[in-house]
Design a protein around this ligand. Structure first.
Ligand code: NAD
Ligand code: TYD
Length: 367
């Protein structure tokens, strides 16, 4: 992986045994690579249903390593979860599994309720029973990875979202994540389950499924296809490099206080149209000889806006910075260079993902 960090090995005094749900997805797989590299004495069990967004290739480099196990299965399958918690003597759940794409939630919200709400509930119930059966060890952790989208949409001059910002989710995706967050909070409040909740901003980096903004634009540039910018392109997102996010989650698992919520942001607010212009500029530079259309900004096309499109997200990361000592290290310019370079050299990863199912989805959203 291109960006490398060093780690504080004093965190490894007691090896952990992690169940990582959704570990074959974008952030989950980056997290698993991070963890295996940073904590080689720890056990990592990935549970992933391998939906359209899950890809076992993301973890190919770890197959066969003793510390790593992959299990294909659904977080709604209580019997399987009970079995894995016990047979692997899990002490830490890192919960990434979710339906994660806003546009898909607008077309078909059912799966979002099932996985994000019912799935999270199933995991919480299983972990609670298991933790109680083990006499409630105080070093067990359940980390729920959520989103800044639960806070709704900001105006241009509003302060960034903090941990006390009221919830106001606007899409079926963010509403389902908000539902899961409330369950996580309630399980700590009612049962003292050692849960931690994180709400992060938009991630980007390697292994990002092609439907999301940055991979979609990168791949379309390489294919000479139009770059569809929703509405007026003035929507703002706070971009977080995925390995910065993984470091933050590592910090929360080792140093976070159960029952607390931590906001994790990239400190990189950018308007969509400016981000797309940056992607074009960097891609023109990195792939100069190989682009079907150059300059690639000629491919930019404004298309119909997403229904209910949130205008601005921004995260105030003061709490995690001051209480746990984490801060993002990667600027959006640096992170984009790493990411676009990765897409450029990993055509064999993304090409098979542009399947007939994907094309059908694409036509439905962009027709
Ligand atoms: P992703 O869509 O790339 O991956 C989700 C993974 O979960 C896939 O591997 C999929 O197969 C798996 N999965 C889906 N349903 C499942 C089920 N029922 N049982 C087991 N596995 C299942 O998502 P991502 O972008 O990696 O996001 C990970 C988490 O981070 C999600 O909870 C998401 O809400 C949250 N998040 C993501 C972002 C972002 O920018 N990507 C930002 C904020 C929060
Ligand atoms: P996305 O990556 O889907 O993340 P989210 O909706 O969770 O923030 O989109 C990021 C921003 O880019 C969002 O404002 C919608 C916009 N967007 C486009 O303009 N065109 C696209 O084709 C996509 C996928 C997103």
């Amino acid at each position: 992986m291109a960006v490398q960090y060093s780690y504080d090995s004093s965190e490894d005094a007691t090896p952990r045994r992690l169940l990582v749900t959704g570990g074959a997805g974008f952030i989950g797989s980056n997290f698993v690579h991070h963890w295996c590299h940073a904590h080689p004495s720890d056990r990592i069990v990935v549970l992933d249903a391998l939906t359209y967004a899950g890809n076992r290739q993301n973890l190919a480099a770890l197959e066969g390593q003793e510390q790593f196990r992959f299990v294909q299965g659904n977080i709604c399958d209580r019997t399987l979860i009970d079995q894995l918690l016990q047979e692997e003597a899990i002490d830490t759940v890192a919960h990434f599994a979710a339906e994660s794409h806003v546009d898909r939630s607008i077309i078909g919200p059912d799966a979002f309720i099932q996985t994000n709400v019912v799935g999270t509930f199933t995991l919480l119930e299983a972990f609670k029973q298991y933790w109680e059966h083990q006499q409630k060890p105080d070093d067990y952790r359940f980390v729920h990875v959520s989103t800044d989208e639960v806070f709704g949409s900001l105006g241009p001059d509003d302060p960034a979202f903090s941990e006390t910002t009221p919830y106001a989710p606007n899409s079926p995706y963010s509403a389902s994540k908000a539902g899961s967050d409330h369950l996580v909070r309630a399980y700590h409040h009612t049962y003292s389950l050692p849960t931690l909740l994180t709400n992060c901003s938009n991630n980007y980096g390697p292994y990002h499924y092609p439907e999301k903004l940055i991979p979609l634009m990168s791949i379309n540039i390489l294919l000479g296809k139009p770059l569809p910018v929703y509405g007026d392109g003035q929507n703002v997102r706070d971009w977080l490099y995925v390995l910065d996010h993984c470091r933050a989650l590592d910090t929360v698992i080792h140093r976070g206080i159960p029952g607390e919520t931590y906001n994790i942001g990239g400190n990189n607010e950018v308007k969509n149209i400016d981000l797309v212009q940056m992607i074009c500029r960097i891609m023109d530079e990195l792939a100069s000889q190989h682009l079907p259309v150059k300059p690639s900004r000629e491919l930019i096309t404004f298309v119909k806006d997403r229904p209910g499109h949130d205008r601005r997200y921004a995260i105030d990361s003061t709490k995690i910075k001051t209480q746990l000592g984490w801060a993002p290290l990667v600027t959006v310019e640096e992170g984009l260079r790493q990411t676009l370079g990765w897409y450029l050299t990993h055509k064999t990863w993304w090409e098979p993902l542009l399947s007939e199912e994907y094309q059908a989805y694409y036509r439905q959203v962009y027709a």
